[in-house]
Design a protein around this ligand. Sequence first.
Ligand code: NCD
Length: 313
Amino acid sequence: MTRHLLSAADLSLDDATLILDTADELARVSDRPVKKLPTLRGRTVVNLFFEDSTRTRISFEAAAKRLSADVINFSAKGSSVSKGESLKDTALTLEAMGADAVVIRHPASGAPHTLAHSGWIGGSIVNAGDGTHEHPTQALLDAFTMRRHLSTIAGRKVVIVGDVLHSRVARSNVLLLATLGADVTLVAPPTLLPVGVDQWPCTHSYDLDASLVGADVVMMLRVQRERMNAAFFPSVREYSRRYGLDADRMSRLPEHAIVMHPGPMNRGLEITAAVADSDRAVIIEQVTNGVSVRMAVLYLLLGGSDSALGGDL
Ligand code: NCD
């Protein structure tokens, strides 16, 4: 394993498989009445969040605590960042407090790379979402969820639908799923596909109904209105009609197909409430699995080895 987790592209097939296998073992701990291991006792994990988050921040916090690490939650709102403190000075402060790992979410693409390569911090850096760039632990928890339902990922057809342009989840998923051997199709209106998508290791289409034929996984993306500074589609109604997942479209999927969404959802826009609450949707499981996967990432980055894990379990 590398020292940092910045991009899904940094993970080899062996690295990704090790994380998913370790997460499988750690998931068993989460099923116990006492959900705690002593593995990271005495280590400090800082959650450094410059952007709003519910799931990801809570998930990293639960993961670190289940491994007995000390957790410091830092959110930019209400901190000296709102007084203009730079990323460098914030980082130096965390270093002075002895952070062994810094989990960072930042609105600027590349902020975790800056932190990892600056020399300001000696510990491991984990990218928890940087701008529209990457969100590698989300891709890992998505792969973990797919593996649990479909047993294999190689050769599976994964259709990722919606606001790809603004989605760090889509990019990280495409990169990781390519490593794991899945066959990925991105579906979006032309205005919501990034320039250069032809170079990504996947195919793309503007036609949702045609793309859903034979899909094993349909992953719906949130329309990220807070990142939109222009009109990317004519109307909400038009978007839902062409790119939303409703009960009718879902009924045409193969019986074993699962529906995913990273959350937060815009119910009634990219996904109807009936689909989000249906048996096909594994959206809540994704949240549960996120904790096991983030436990595995923290454990492996902070010096765990397979044998040590065997001993603790
Ligand atoms: C995603 C994010 O923040 O990138 N959410 C998440 O981490 N669960 C996706 C989104 O905001 O739409």
